[in-house]
Design a protein around this ligand. Structure first.
Ligand code: DI6
Ligand code: FE
Length: 415
């Protein structure tokens, strides 16, 4: 037998496998990877030999916790500029909808993004990505949606793909064609939806630039019928769908997502019982975005208890975007999911591991510590996995991190 690449001994594992123990925890554990795959995750006593004989590199974990690499399954990471002045306006009482109707909001970021060159977009997004990586994030989803024309949407998706190639993280990309109606299409909604569902979608698919598509189904954005047209075209090309659904009002977005077998429906503050039931039946994951809820000072919470009862898996994500969630901390997002939405710290960790992987269609590959899956993991100098949801701010980071998808593993061994 050839030797394993790394073997961690005297560790504690939060495997996040669905099962009997909280966090799928294993005390007095060992964990090994080889060739980018997990080859052992279990009690020390089950190791099939002496550590030195088993692995090229044996690392003493000193009871640190090893978790799956974290997954941020909903971000708008690639954009230019910021909307701090809008933040000030909103604090003075102007609503998000009113700012959007006056030509600000998403359109103000679209103007800045169209004017920025690729390298600027890349560098600004890379800084945000690096911040997330430093928190143990090994997989991230990045949406387009601040271009809203053929050229810029393609540019954003190419930049997102480049970020995946250049970083120690797995990047999945989502074409968010229906995000806002750009002014050049004012009074031409039908033509805009046709353009994004036709030529732009085909160009995105032809270049293999997107793993999924997304739309903002909302009173201030796109209707259920417009979204359905876009989704029909996308599914015909074999693309998966996700949806910004029921964030500010109940538009039956969750049910629409379920009808198209969506990987996930996201936000869901206004989702009703029929939407929850439809998601359960379709196996659509609920992605909750407490950062946007917090920033918009919303009071209507997503129906967490109904999701639990219906066994709809719950994921959480930063929704990193310049308007409603200028948030580059997945840990603070976990803390907010607990304090604002009532998730348990275990549910929050499942929300950024096992269930986030499902929201991206990656559960066979990542999201739990199981033999055969990709060696995506983080090693934490903490006493209890609840600490990952408990500390607020940037004061918690892994002592080591590995992502099998990365060209260069950012493995810093523990001294
Ligand atoms: N995600 C979005 O795409 C919209 N809201 C959200 O949570 C709008 C983002 C923006 O205002 O730029
Ligand atoms: Fe979003």
């Amino acid at each position: 037998m050839s030797k394993w690449d790394h073997l961690w001994i005297n560790a504690r594992l939060a495997t996040m496998r669905e099962g009997t123990t909280a966090y799928g925890a294993i005390e007095n554990a060992a964990f090994a990877d080889s060739g980018g795959r997990i080859v052992f995750a279990g009690p020390m006593r089950n190791l099939p030999g002496k550590p030195d004989a088993l692995a090229t590199r044996v690392v003493e974990a000193n009871k640190q916790w090893i978790t799956p690499g974290l997954i941020d399954c909903h971000t708008h990471l690639v954009f230019a500029g910021n909307r701090a002045p809008e933040f000030e306006q909103r604090l003075k009482g102007v609503s998000y909808e009113a700012i959007s109707k006056a030509g600000g909001g998403i359109m103000s970021t679209v103007r800045a993004t169209r004017a920025a060159d690729d390298d600027t977009l890349f560098k600004q997004a890379q800084a945000r990505l690096t911040a997330l990586l430093g928190q143990g994030v090994t997989t991230i989803e990045i949406k387009s949606g601040y271009g809203l024309d053929l050229e810029t949407e393609l540019r954003l998706l190419r930049v997102a793909r480049r970020l995946g190639e250049a970083s120690a993280m797995r990047v999945t990309t989502t074409y968010l064609g229906l995000h806002a109606l750009p002014p050049e299409y004012a009074n031409k909604r039908v033509a805009y939806v046709a353009e994004m569902s036709g030529p732009v979608l085909r160009a995105v698919a032809a270049e293999g630039l997107a793993d999924a598509v997304d739309a903002f189904c909302e009173g201030i954005a796109f209707t259920v019928d417009e979204t359905a047209q876009f989704f029909s075209a996308a599914t015909a090309l074999g693309l998966k769908v996700k949806l910004h659904a029921d964030q500010l009002s109940d538009t039956n977005g969750a049910a629409l997502a379920a009808k198209f077998g969506a990987l996930s429906a996201d936000h869901l503050e206004y989702t009703d019982a029929s939407g929850v039931a439809a998601m359960a039946k379709a196996g659509t994951i609920a992605v909750l975005l407490p950062g946007a809820f917090f920033v918009l000072r919303e009071t209507r919470k997503p129906p967490v208890e109904a999701f639990r009862r219906a066994k709809v898996p719950i994921a959480i994500a930063t929704d990193c975007n310049p308007g409603t969630s200028p948030n580059v901390s997945l840990h603070t997002t976990m803390a907010m999911a607990c304090t604002l939405f009532g998730l348990t710290p275990e549910e929050a960790l499942a929300g950024v591991t096992r269930n986030a992987a499902r929201a991206l269609g990656l559960s066979a590959e990542t999201g739990t510590l199981e033999v055969g899956k990709a060696a995506d993991y983080a090693v934490w100098p903490i006493d209890h996995p609840a600490e990952l949801s408990y500390w607020i701010g940037g004061n918690i980071s892994p002592s080591a991190i590995a992502c099998s998808a990365a060209l260069a593993a950012a493995n810093q061994e523990v001294p």
